[in-house]
Design a protein around this ligand. Sequence first.
Ligand code: ADE
Length: 244
Amino acid sequence: MQIDIVTIIPAVFDRVFDESVLGTAVKSGLITVNVHNLREYGEGKHRTLDDTPFGGGPGMLFKPAPLISCLTDLRNSGAPAPVIGLTPRGHVFNQAMAKELAAFDRLILVCGRYEGFDERIEDEFDLELSIGDYVLTGGEIPAMAIVDSVARMIPGTVGSSDSVICDSFYDGLLDHPQYTRPADYEGYQVPDVLLEGNHSLIEQYRTFNSILATAVLRPDMLAETELSAGDKRLFASQLKTLNN
Ligand code: ADE
């Protein structure tokens, strides 16, 4: 997958795609990330990109011409790609969207700044995404978050595809609790079932605790998740055992 990022501060992306899992994905050619400096499209001697809003109001807006000509150049070079504007007014990004975006050969991400975009730029976007209901100083951190989560959905990026399937949110449930050595840490013990090697019981423990964690911590998520008949039965019977 090729990802093109349009930003006025390309330097913030300097190391993000060089290290760890993303770095390996880039080195192995699974993803290519191109960071484009919008300033190169700025107008006049000062390479201006922004101006005050008509009708007054605080802050500055991205002017249409520089961004639209940058997007025209990007569209004219390389594979077709959805253009995604990063703004707090976009759809709130989630794991299902990460999975959908991972199916594209190319994505173009546009990082907002200032008070936002002139409305005529918004028409250039195929999709607007937000990473949550809070306002950041720009779309660069959202772009990093989205590239990271989309990249991990591309087969081969994360070492074991099982670890993606077991992610919190992957199947609409939070992850179950996990433990590593020692089995007893200052009296705080790992549940026996995880030490005994009975894989079917371990699976049941994990399913039950995934559903329980989601019910307690994210009831909104559980309300949207269709549990299988078997999982519902398992949850009800384990809950009964717990209450007795
Ligand atoms: N730009 C500023 N805040 C943002 C957010 N929450 N998501 C995406 N882009 C943003």
